[in-house]
Design a binder for this molecule. Structure first.
Ligand code: TRP
Ligand code: SF4
Length: 328
């Protein structure tokens, strides 16, 4: 018996980095316990990137590859592209009729992001961007999902989604929508190579599908204890990126490694070499699986088409009820 129904999604921003792995590995686990819908939300990508849509198909493809490579399983989960299932748009429109503007305007993510991006010279004070959380609510509620694995930054959107569900049920006097709960994804503990937050825009990331040589190269670039010059100098692993990574990729030996670092009995070169090996062992299976799918674009298409059909049937059943409740 499934514990419930999950919907989660990501904007197609191209291939993912290892900071995203904890989220995806969590999804892979959840698909054993829940009925899962995982969607690549291309319409949401348009809210901020409406003027640069050329690479959207490629980004969708890369994201699908990353998901499949880490074990999101099309036999277990429904994997699809948001814009393939038009019912999200219909529900978004119908919800827009009952959504007070003030609810959207007070959403903490809204003003912050508009301001942030306007500093970068981008005007996203658009109708579409204001409606971002509403489209997200439609994504979730169109499947009547009761559980949504997300990061902490998404909690306001989830709360907003619950308010929409409540308002709809109240206005049309039917318990059509559940009030979904968030399950918080584990935050990634991995900093970027330079110790800042790992991000594509800082170019301090390691891709999930990083090639073996590039992986070694990147580990070599990681920021270590800067006061260590000779390999016999005592080091401070607490301020070293490599040491944090060993905690994830070499969990059994991390205490010994840190001790050797403090005593100056291990050099940074050797320490990094060991990390690169460990990471290679962890990431190689993902890369292999990715290659398998990358060589079969027809298969990806088929997976997304099957996902679309399954999602659509579910979504259409909900809309049938919605239209009826609203006398449409
Ligand atoms: N807003 C989410 C993010 O940026 C992406 C998203 C869109 C989503 N629709 C969703 C997440 C539905 C969970 C459920 O991460
Ligand atoms: Fe970091 Fe390892 Fe060098 Fe210590 S030995 S500073 S943990 S890279």
């Amino acid at each position: 018996m499934f514990k419930g129904r999950i919907l989660s999604g990501m904007r197609p921003t191209g291939s993912l980095h290892i900071g995203h792995l904890s989220v995806l590995e969590n999804w892979a686990k959840l698909q054993e316990e829940y009925e899962c819908f995982f969607t690549i939300v291309d319409w949401h990508a348009l809210t901020t990137s409406f003027n640069e849509t050329e690479s959207i198909q490629e980004n969708i493809h890369e994201m699908a590859l990353d998901w499949l490579s880490v074990g999101i399983d099309p036999e277990k989960s429904c994997i699809f592209v948001q814009s393939h299932v038009k019912q999200h748009a219909e529900l978004h429109l119908l919800f827009s009729m009952i959504t007070p503007l003030s609810w959207l305007e007070r959403c903490p993510t809204y003003k912050d992001q508009v301001q942030q991006l306007s500093k970068e010279g981008k005007d996203i004070a658009t109708y579409g961007f204001l409606g971002y959380p509403l489209l997200q609510a439609a994504d979730i509620l169109v499947y009547k999902a009761d559980t949504v694995p997300v990061g902490e930054d998404q909690l306001p959107h989830l709360e907003f989604c619950r308010e929409i569900a409540r308002r709809f049920n109240y206005l049309y006097k039917r318990e059509i929508f559940p009030e979904p709960r968030a399950v918080l994804a584990k935050v990634s503990l991995l900093p970027g190579l330079d110790k800042r937050k790992m991000s594509k825009s800082y170019n301090n990331y390691i891709a999930i599908n990083e090639a073996k040589d590039a992986l070694q190269q990147k580990v070599r670039q990681m920021v270590t204890d800067p006061s260590r010059i000779h390999k016999t100098d005592p080091g401070n692993p607490d301020i070293c990126v490599v040491s944090t990574y060993h905690g994830i990729y070499t969990p059994d030996e991390v205490t010994d490694i840190q001790e050797s670092c403090k005593q100056g009995t291990i050099g940074c070169v050797a320490c990094k070499k060991k990390l690169a090996q460990q990471m290679e062992v962890a990431l190689a299976p993902y890369r292999d699986k990715r290659d398998y799918y990358a060589q079969r674009p027809g298969l990806i298409k088929e997976i997304l088409q099957n996902g679309k059909e399954k999602a659509e049937a579910r979504a259409e059943a909900t809309l049938h009820e919605v239209r009826k409740a609203m006398h449409l």
